[in-house]
Design a protein around this ligand. Structure first.
Ligand SMILES: Cc1cc2nc3c(=O)[nH]c(=O)nc-3n(C[C@H](O)[C@H](O)[C@H](O)COP(=O)(O)OP(=O)(O)OC[C@H]3O[C@@H](n4cnc5c(N)ncnc54)[C@H](O)[C@@H]3O)c2cc1C
Length: 461
């Protein structure tokens, strides 16, 4: 695809579509929108626009489509695979000012939101309704970015990922046409499942301007446990058994000893330095939860757990999971002269011990410092690797580790990305993972965006 460079005429035409303070070509603004939370490099956009309503998005897209200008959607920029970074310059549409909560329908367990709503703010707004939006990627992500990446988090093992909460979408296509898809019902078998085609499409098929989301009831009671194991293999075996026995944990996070060391250092958690599971259960009563907790302890003992610390109160539980959410930042702080790469892959449950063993072995073999942690309950592994900023050798090794891990995941029937999306970093695995259905994905892209202006250079190798 050939794209046009932004001219003075384009700039004055686009400026006329929004108020003056919501269009910028300022250096610092462009720099800020050229980088997400990954190490991937794109390029600076030529302008950033902050739309405030659907009509503005329609006008901008119509104009960009007619003038062959690339357009990239932007939520919080918290992606980890270069998903919102322009690679062909052009325009960034930053949705942080399109962040209204439009309607809460408590009786239907539904909410209508604009794409720039941050999910933590949504849950704060909902807190007196007894309802919440469960996907929790941790960073201050927007609903638009979560839909585009099909984000998930620590509670996905029980509650599901973003796709499980999207009922309806209002999308603006590259042409400026508005498409409304989906219904306000818990189920439908009417026709093609259009909303879910757009979930996980990383802004390459259309721009989300409104979403109707399903909500879940806030659990009445919860209980958490910290369990220590002699090896990562024993811990991953316990994960598999906890799921097999149908105990339905709300979170089942596996952390290697290096992560626990950081928690103790930064948060004084006083945990045993050994592979560890953070487990959480939600339920209707404490009696129900203590029975479940007893069964979990038995399962963990059978797989050789060293210590089982159950029944943590709300405060202790919050401290643990806050530490878990801050782990990425702790790793960065522990390596001030390094950049950190987060690898993400997911495999079928039965093969989890194999991938976790490789995640331990591969960094050890190369001398690169690695931190393995994972949403183990759904077979999703993360491996954080620290490479010295200007040491090409470190980055070659990190690439090799990434290649080994992802290729192994795919060969086990898994995926190159459990939740971070394809962006720039995972494009090279798309053919391996999808075979000839990749060609059909390209046809779908061409159908919705024939000039290829929406987030060009992403998803496809
Ligand atoms: C510390 C840390 C921990 C993380 N943990 C997790 C985790 O546990 N699980 C997880 O899933 N992710 C995780 N992430 C990754 C990231 O937070 C999620 O992918 C999140 O959903 C991105 O949301 P965002 O608002 O930052 O979107 P952005 O990064 O700004 O954009 C994401 C994608 O959405 C597109 N987009 C944005 N708005 C729109 C729109 N209105 N219409 C169409 N496309 C749009 C962008 O073009 C881009 O392709 C983590 C990130 C960090 C930094």
């Amino acid at each position: 695809m050939n794209f046009n460079t932004l001219t003075a005429t384009h700039i004055s035409d686009l400026k006329a579509m929004v108020s003056e303070d919501r269009f910028s070509t300022g250096e610092s603004v462009l720099k800020l929108h050229a980088k997400d939370q990954s190490h991937h490099r794109g390029c600076r956009p030529e302008a950033v626009i902050w739309p405030q309503d659907t009509a503005e998005v329609v006008a901008i897209l119509k104009y960009a489509n007619a003038n062959q200008l690339p357009v990239v959607g932007w939520g919080s920029g918290s992606s980890l695979e270069g998903n919102p970074i322009p690679v062909q310059k052009g325009l960034v549409l930053d949705f942080t000012q399109m962040n209204r909560i439009l309607d809460v329908r408590e009786e239907d367990f539904q909410v209508d939101v604009e794409p720039g709503v941050v999910y933590q703010d949504l849950n704060e707004h909902l807190k007196n309704t007894g309802l919440f939006f469960p996907p929790d990627p941790g960073a201050r992500a927007t609903v638009g970015g979560m839909i585009a990446n099909n984000a998930s988090g620590t509670r996905t093992v029980y509650y599901g990922s973003t796709k499980d909460y999207v009922l309806k979408l209002k999308i603006v296509l590259a042409s400026g046409e508005i498409l409304e898809m989906g219904r306000r019902v818990a189920k439908t078998s009417s026709g093609y499942d259009m909303p879910h085609l757009f979930v996980g499409s990383e802004g390459t098929l259309g721009i989300v301007v409104e979403a109707t989301l399903r909500l879940a009831g806030l659990p009445e009671e919860f209980s958490a446990a910290v369990v220590t194991f002699p090896s990562i293999e024993a811990a991953s075996k316990a994960v598999s058994n906890i799921v097999r026995y149908g105990l339905n944990p709300a979170a089942l996070e596996l952390l290697d000893a290096s992560c626990i060391e950081l928690f103790n250092k930064e948060k004084a958690l006083g945990l045993e330095i050994s592979p560890t599971l953070f487990i959480e259960f939600h339920g209707p009563s404490m009696a129900y939860l203590s029975e479940i907790m007893g069964m979990t302890e038995e399962i963990c003992k059978e797989t050789g757990s060293l210590a089982f610390n159950p029944g943590l109160g709300r405060e202790a539980r919050n401290r643990l999971f806050e530490a878990r959410h801050e782990l990425g930042e702790m790793i960065t702080r522990a390596h001030p002269d390094c950049r950190i790469q987060v690898l993400d892959a997911a495999v079928p449950m039965s093969t989890y011990p194999e991938i976790i063993a490789l995640a331990k072995q591969a960094p050890e073999e190369t001398g690169i410092k690695g931190y393995a942690f994972s949403h183990a309950g759904d077979g999703n592994l993360h491996l954080c690797l620290a490479g010295r900023k200007d040491e090409k050798g470190d980055w070659d090794l990190i690439d090799q580790i990434g290649q080994r891990l992802v290729s192994k995941a795919i060969s086990l029937g898994g995926t190159a990305t459990g939740e971070h999306g394809v962006g720039i970093g995972k494009r090279k695995y798309m053919l391996d993972e999808h075979g000839n259905s990749l060609a059909w994905m390209k046809r779908i892209k061409a159908l919705f965006d024939p000039h290829g202006i929406l987030n060009p250079g992403k998803i496809f190798p």
